[in-house]
Structure formats: structure tokens, C-alpha cells
Design a protein around this ligand. Structure first.
Ligand code: NAP
Ligand code: HSE
Length: 428
């Protein structure tokens, strides 16, 4: 057996450069840990003569990632370009067909094409590893697929987009509106090239869809994800939630129900004192629940050069050590199609609305809720000067259908100004 694992690395941006640095800096340690020499045969990026802050001396250059992926002297193709389709997908497919293993950080590609790529990999006897694709430096895929292999997974939950968590926690700590903090995040370079991937919940949704496949033995089905971003959240909601003992998080929840797989990525209230509630800044947290283990909580950096390269290296080391697992924890052909189920698990809801400050207004709102079968758990009305009274209501657990019925009827009360804000309160 060869004592060398030869890499072809496509993508020399934040993550690619981090990987090159570790391989150059830690050659002896990696050899000691894997029993293999880990070397780089060739690299690829868009621009050849860019200073990347790391020496590329000794590595061949390929303009075309597909040519890189299929080189004779490449054993493992490391895809760090990004994008669900285009060169990332073309080169990954080419690598697998040419008998190479693949390591990638590309959640978009796996969320959209994960099942087809897994089938392709396994039909060629190759592996695809993707620890860096979900929650950056946190070894969550390994924890789920290996550490919890003996569990029926009951729920996967987490904050998996550091940019959104930065925006929400910064809005609260600095008392700034969404637009200001969004611009701040932009200046700090936190936002993806297309910011909607972050603030629209898509990036985090990709990650949750990937985890759900291994958790529930189903084919990745990002299309069935219920998605809502953080763009409509206001500083008023953040303050009001805090006042009631909650924090607002862009929270992903996946669970298998009798009706199918519920997957949602949306703003939720969580208790401020819970581990998720205490998560600050760009940090990620993933909560895994299984019938035997009960609950484990993983917390760490979800992005950045070092943390993401750390996860890529873990995959490369596993391949060098001879660890060969099915892409999603069981053979892709045995994964069941994931029937997407609309979230109907009952929950308490936070409602914020502006009421006309006149006799009977509150009673009309209470009646609408009561007629939909919704019971009020807590309520607060704040000091105000004008004609509008800001009112917060926390309901008892109710179904989303009942809530939608009540929200639909609010208009008819004639006392609610605009549409009430409704946010699910997740039990964590
Ligand atoms: P990045 O900084 O934008 O780097 C992308 C790299 O890919 C650049 O080197 C670029 O070349 C190269 N590239 C793009 N299109 C190419 C093409 N058609 N042919 C050859 N090379 C091409 O991205 P990144 O942040 O490193 O992210 C890479 C992957 O890791 C993505 O899938 C991302 O979602 C994932 N990821 C990133 C993080 C993070 O913290 N950054 C965390 C988790 C996962 P040039 O440099 O010449 O432009
Ligand atoms: N844009 C992502 C985040 C980093 O903010 O968490 C890459 O996964």
C-alpha cells in the first residue's frame, strides 16, 4: 500500500489556503498520526498569480479543476471552490469517476446534489467527506455518523450560521437596527458574496438538510426545508423577547414524525438561559438528541480559515487512515426518500402587535385567539404616548394551523395595526 496520500486542491481562498498552511506546517504530525505522507500534487484557482499569503512552491498548477481532479498523481480531490453546480460539481463527479476520494466543504453542492453524488461515489467504491460543510470547525458529522451510530436520532437542532448569530446578538448588545448591523457585518467581510445565502437562512438550511440525511436515514431533501430568514426581525422584537426572558436565534430543527420529515430553518425564541440562548457572536451550536444518549451539545467556530481547514484536515486524515464510510452513514441506495412534512408540532408562540388604544381592543384580540383555541400564557402592554399600544403575548402551546387561523382573523378585529409578528418558541 502506498505510504503517500496525494492531494489535488481546487480553491485557494479562505479555506484552501488554511488547508495548505496546515499541510506545510504539520507534515511530521500528520505523518505520525496517519502513518502516511500527506502531499499536495497540484492546485487550482481562478487567478494564477495572486499572492495568497502561503507558498505554493512545488505544486503543479491546473487552470481547469476537472483536469486537476482526474490527474494520475491525485488520490484525493479536495474541492474548496464552492457553488452547488458549475466547476465544483463537474470536478467532483469527474474525480469520483476517475477513482478518487473527495473531501469538500461545499454545503450548497451536497444539499442540492448530495444523494446523486453519494450514489456515484459508492458505485465507484469512493468516499466523499464533508465535515467542514456543516458548522465549520465543529466535528458534528463525525459525532452524528460515528459517535451516535447506536442511537435512533430524535431531533437535530442548531444555530449553524455565524453571520446571522452575529447580527442578532450585536443588534441586542448595541441596540442597533438590523440594517446598521447588516452593513457592519458586510464591512467585516462576514457575509457571503450573495448575502441572501446567510440572512435568508439558505446556508444554514443547506447544513441542516445534510445533517438530517445522516440523522434519519433519508435522502437529502433541501427542497422540503421550511425556510425563513432574519431580515424581518426588528430591534423591537429582540428587546421584547429579552424582556420576556428569551433570545431570538436563526434556529434549525429537523425531526422525523409520523407524517414525514420536518425540517425548518427560521427565527425562533429560545430561553435566554439555555445553551442556545447564551450563544454569542459568530459561534455555532448543534444539539443532537438520540434515544440512548439523550442530548449532546456541540459548540464552536462555524467559519473562518483555521476552523474550517481543521475540519477539512480531519477528513483527509481519516482517508489517510483508511476510514471508509458511506457518505450519509449508510449506503446511499438504502436511504429512504425524505417526504417533507409541514411543521405542525405544537409550540408556544410570541406575538407582537400594535393595538388601537381604545376600550375593548384587547378583548377583541383575546376573543380571536380564544376562538382559534389558543390560550394566552403571558401578556404585556408597554407604556406609550400615541394612539397605538404595543402589546406582547406569549401563547400556550398551539398548532401552527390554529395560529394561522387566529392571525388571519386579526384583521377583522379592526383594532390591530398592520400584521402581528409571530415567532415560534422552541423548547430546547
Ligand atoms: P473563497 O474564499 O471565495 O475561495 C474560493 C476559491 O475558489 C478561490 O480561490 C477561487 O479562486 C476558487 N474558484 C472559484 N471558482 C473557481 C473556478 N471556476 N475554477 C477554479 N477555482 C475557482 O471561498 P471559501 O470561503 O474558501 O469557501 C470555499 C468553500 O468552503 C465553499 O464551499 C464554502 O461554502 C465552504 N465553507 C467556507 C467557510 C468559510 O469560513 N469561509 C466555512 C465553511 C464552509 P480565486 O482565488 O482565484 O478567485
Ligand atoms: N456564511 C457562513 C456563516 C460561513 O456565516 O456561518 C460558512 O458556512
Amino acid at each position: 500500500m502506498s505510504k503517500t496520500v496525494r492531494l489535488g486542491i481546487a480553491g485557494l481562498g479562505t479555506v484552501g489556503v488554511g488547508v495548505v498552511k496546515i499541510i506545510r506546517r504539520e507534515a511530521a504530525m500528520l505523518r505520525a498520526r496517519t502513518g502516511q505522507e500527506i502531499t499536495i500534487s497540484a492546485v487550482s484557482a481562478r487567478t494564477r498569480d495572486k499572492d495568497r499569503g502561503v507558498s505554493l512552491k512545488g505544486y503543479d498548477w491546473e487552470d481547469d479543476p476537472v483536469a486537476l481532479a482526474t490527474r494520475e498523481d491525485v488520490d484525493v480531490f479536495v474541492e474548496l471552490m464552492g457553488g452547488s453546480d458549475g466547476p465544483a460539481k463537474a470536478a467532483t463527479e469527474a474525480a469520483l469517476k476517475a477513482g478518487k476520494d473527495v473531501v469538500t466543504a461545499n454545503k450548497a453542492m451536497l444539499a442540492v446534489h448530495g444523494q446523486d453524488l453519494a450514489v456515484l461515489a459508492e458505485s465507484h467504491g469512493q468516499v466523499i467527506r464533508y465535515e467542514a460543510a456543516v458548522a465549520g470547525g465543529i466535528p458534528v458529522v463525525k459525532s452524528l455518523v460515528e459517535g451516535l451510530a447506536g442511537n435512533q436520532i430524535t431531533r437535530v437542532m442548531g444555530v449553524m450560521n455565524g453571520t446571522c448569530n452575529y447580527i442578532l446578538t450585536r443588534m441586542e448588545s448595541a441596540g442597533l437596527p438590523y440594517e446598521t448591523v447588516f452593513e457592519e457585518a458586510n464591512q467585516l467581510g462576514y457575509l457571503e458574496a450573495d448575502p441572501e445565502l446567510d440572512v435568508g437562512g439558505i446556508d444554514a438550511g443547506h447544513k441542516l438538510a445534510i445533517l438530517a440525511a445522516s440523522a434519519f436515514g433519508t435522502q437529502v431533501n433541501f427542497g422540503a426545508m421550511e425556510l425563513e430568514g432574519i431580515g424581518r426581525l426588528t430591534i423591537e422584537d429582540i428587546r421584547a423577547a429579552a424582556d420576556m426572558g428569551y433570545r431570538i436565534k436563526l434556529l434549525g430543527v429537523a425531526q422525523m414524525t409520523g407524517r414525514g420529515l420536518e425540517q425548518r430553518m427560521s427565527p425562533c425564541l429560545v430561553p435566554a438561559a439555555s445553551p442556545l440562548g447564551q450563544l454569542e457572536g459568530g459561534t455555532n451550536m448543534v444539539v443532537l438528541e438520540g434515544d440512548a444518549v439523550e442530548q449532546i451539545v456541540l459548540r464552536g467556530p462555524g467559519a473562518g480559515e483555521g476552523p474550517t481547514a481543521s475540519a477539512v484536515m480531519a477528513d483527509i486524515c481519516d482517508i489517510a487512515r483508511g476510514v471508509r464510510l458511506p457518505v450519509f452513514g449508510q449506503p446511499a441506495e438504502t436511504l429512504a426518500p425524505a417526504t417533507g412534512a409541514k411543521s405542525t408540532s405544537p409550540a408556544a408562540y410570541y406575538l407582537r402587535m400594535m393595538l388601537d388604544d381604545k376600550p375593548g381592543a384587547l378583548a377583541k384580540v383575546a376573543t380571536v385567539l380564544g376562538e382559534a383555541g389558543i390560550s394566552i400564557y403571558r401578556m404585556r402592554q408597554y407604556d406609550h404616548s400615541g394612539d397605538g399600544a404595543p402589546v406582547l403575548i406569549v401563547t400556550h402551546r398551539t398548532s401552527r394551523d390554529a395560529l394561522d387561523r387566529a392571525l388571519g382573523a386579526m384583521d377583522r378585529t379592526g383594532v390591530v395595526d398592520g400584521s402581528p409578528v409571530a415567532i415560534r418558541i422552541e423548547e430546547v
